[in-house]
Design a protein around this ligand. Sequence first.
Ligand code: C2E
Ligand code: MG
Ligand code: MG
Ligand code: MG
Length: 284
Amino acid sequence: RAKAAGRNGYRFFEAEMSVEAKTRMALEHALRRALERGEFELHYQPRLDLKTMAIVGMEALIRWNHPQLGRVSPLQFIPIAEERGLIEAIGQWVLEEACTQTRRLMDKFGRSLRLSVNLSARQLRSADLPQQVAACLNKTGLPAHLLELELTESALIEDMEISTAVLKELKTLGISLSVDDFGTGYSALAYLRRFPLDTLKLDRSFVNQENGEIDSLKFIKAFVDLAHALNLSVVAEGVETKETLQCLREASCDEAQGYLFARPLPFNALEEFLSRLPAHEPNH
Ligand code: C2E
Ligand code: MG
Ligand code: MG
Ligand code: MG
């Protein structure tokens, strides 16, 4: 280990380690209490249909507001929650809160809204996930076909047998399943065919190709065609420019979300956002 620190020697390395370890421990400690202290909140990023340009739903994204540490990114605390066995409880809270709030918005606006919820790898490993999801739908009254669970490729592939079984059970509830961040992992489309999936969410890095516009259009179009041939719909995430939007529409990509349309919004802001939508918007 000391050698791994290179020329700076092991003292430097040790100091680094302990700062990191201390931060992690502080986060872990705080994370254990975050639920009961009500420090979590959900933000929602609207998602739109690229044919009609209508808002069809939103993705729930967790936010942690710690009184001293401030806003901690889910990219930082979700892995810790996973490792420390806290993700089940947090995930359960997210699911219930998101379904409850979506149901409330549907009642208020008299329209359907599709809700996407992120699941972590470990949640997929828990045998009673399908039962939890069923109970949550029951309790909140959100129709099953309006709920989509987002999984990552690595979560699916980590233990194929377990994930296939759990996913099949989830599918019998009538919910949808999507692969999040598609294009960042192992990404063999053919490989994913063995899972009962409905949607691929194209990762931001895939959507915003840096190469020339035409190449990028061809690339995305070929991808969308292939996904459609496999009966999968395609959602583009992280759409930030009109050029990207144009490209996605030309490529027949089904849906999109991104800063171009809306950032993830706190519940009240989402409510206001929805209330400003034109009344003639088609109801899905
Ligand atoms: P994700 O599920 O891929 O979510 C998309 C992330 O991209 C979100 O970051 C969102 O705020 C951000 N984003 C959306 N549109 C744009 C855009 O146009 N440009 C750019 N640059 N970024 C955009 P966020 O909210 O920080 O979440 C990060 C990740 O944390 C999520 O990635 C997801 O993997 C995880 N996460 C968030 N909420 C939950 C949760 O409730 N449960 C679990 N297990 N994971 C969650
Ligand atoms: Mg997601
Ligand atoms: Mg994503
Ligand atoms: Mg992502």
